[in-house]
Write a protein that binds this ligand. Sequence first.
Ligand SMILES: [Zn+2]
Length: 51
Amino acid sequence: MKKCPKCKGPLGERPALSRRKGIGDICSDCGYKEAMEDAQKIIDMYSKESK
Ligand SMILES: [Zn+2]
């Protein structure tokens, strides 16, 4: 069983491809967290622009 490089847990049946360079496959939980982090960055970017 492959392991998730981020949380060291099992990759599971449906691994996600990390958006971070050089990480590769991660578990779906970590894929979800990365997606949320990226969404927050976009929200922060827009909130700074709309001063
Ligand atoms: Zn993980």
